[in-house]
Design a protein around this ligand. Structure first.
Ligand code: HEC
Ligand code: HEC
Ligand code: HEC
Ligand code: HEC
Length: 119
């Protein structure tokens, strides 16, 4: 019996360690380049890691620092009080681009290479 208990303990400790490690690895992983393709004809490629490093704070874009996939909640179409994916991206991304006003000015082409800018 005693032997069984200590064996179970060893397994439990090993399992906990494995879970903790997996958790840490998940959290530490910042995706590199992301292709946003909720709207097939308007795919946007952006340097996620570059933005994350430059901006420094994940919460500038993510509601939750543990980072969620925006498209899990923001659908192609607005859903009551939840902005559509397009709105979420434009509020978040375009607003900053328009404010930065150095290298980026919020022109459509910065994100949509094949859309002529009206701005
Ligand atoms: C400039 C805005 C922005 C910043 C800053 C940012 N992210 Fe993201 N992140 C995004 C967008 C947009 C996605 C893609 C969401 C989607 O596909 O719906 C994303 C996706 C992710 C995903 C993938 C989610 C999944 O399940 O595929 C992780 C993980 C993530 N970000 C972590 C981070 C971490 C950690 C930081 C801070 C170090 C960070 N992000 C900073 C905008 C940003
Ligand atoms: C778990 C669900 C969920 C995820 C994941 C999510 N959102 Fe949201 N988001 C919401 C809801 C609900 C609202 C509307 C209510 C509110 O304003 O809090 C919202 C509102 C917004 C708004 C408008 C209000 C504001 O806070 O500026 C923006 C912009 C936005 N989200 C961007 C994003 C981006 C960018 C991502 C991914 C990096 C993301 N969201 C991921 C649920 C989510
Ligand atoms: C807080 C400010 C800020 C936010 C939020 C932001 N950007 Fe940017 N973005 C920049 C700046 C600054 C540059 C110019 C970087 C440079 O060349 O030095 C840039 C550059 C870009 C570029 C050009 C090439 C590249 O990837 O560096 C694309 C495309 C882009 N952003 C897409 C996006 C998308 C998509 C989002 C939202 C998911 C977003 N940005 C959110 C500040 C921002
Ligand atoms: C800072 C980046 C950025 C800028 C600047 C920007 N967009 Fe977008 N836009 C996005 C992202 C990201 C998406 C979502 C792409 C996807 O997932 O397919 C999007 C989606 C769209 C869509 C798809 C919605 C649909 O219903 O088909 C349209 C249309 C659009 N943008 C038009 C514009 C126009 C016009 C401008 C200039 C006035 C502009 N965008 C500027 C990032 C940007």
């Amino acid at each position: 019996m005693r032997r069984f208990v200590s064996f179970a303990l060893v397994v439990a400790v090993a399992l906990t360690a494995a879970v903790v490690q997996a958790g840490v690895r998940e959290k530490g992983k910042i995706p590199g380049t992301i292709v946003l393709k909720v709207y097939e004809k308007r795919q946007v490629t952006f340097d996620h890691k570059g933005h994350a490093h430059r901006i420094g704070k994940c919460q500038t874009c993510h509601h939750n620092p543990d980072s969620e996939k925006c498209s899990d909640c923001h659908n192609p179409k607005r859903d009551g009080g939840v902005p559509s994916f397009r709105e979420a991206m434009h509020y978040k991304c375009k607003n900053c681009h328009m404010r930065v006003n150095k290298k980026v000015k919020g022109a459509c082409m910065e994100c949509h290479p094949n859309v002529r800018s009206s701005k």
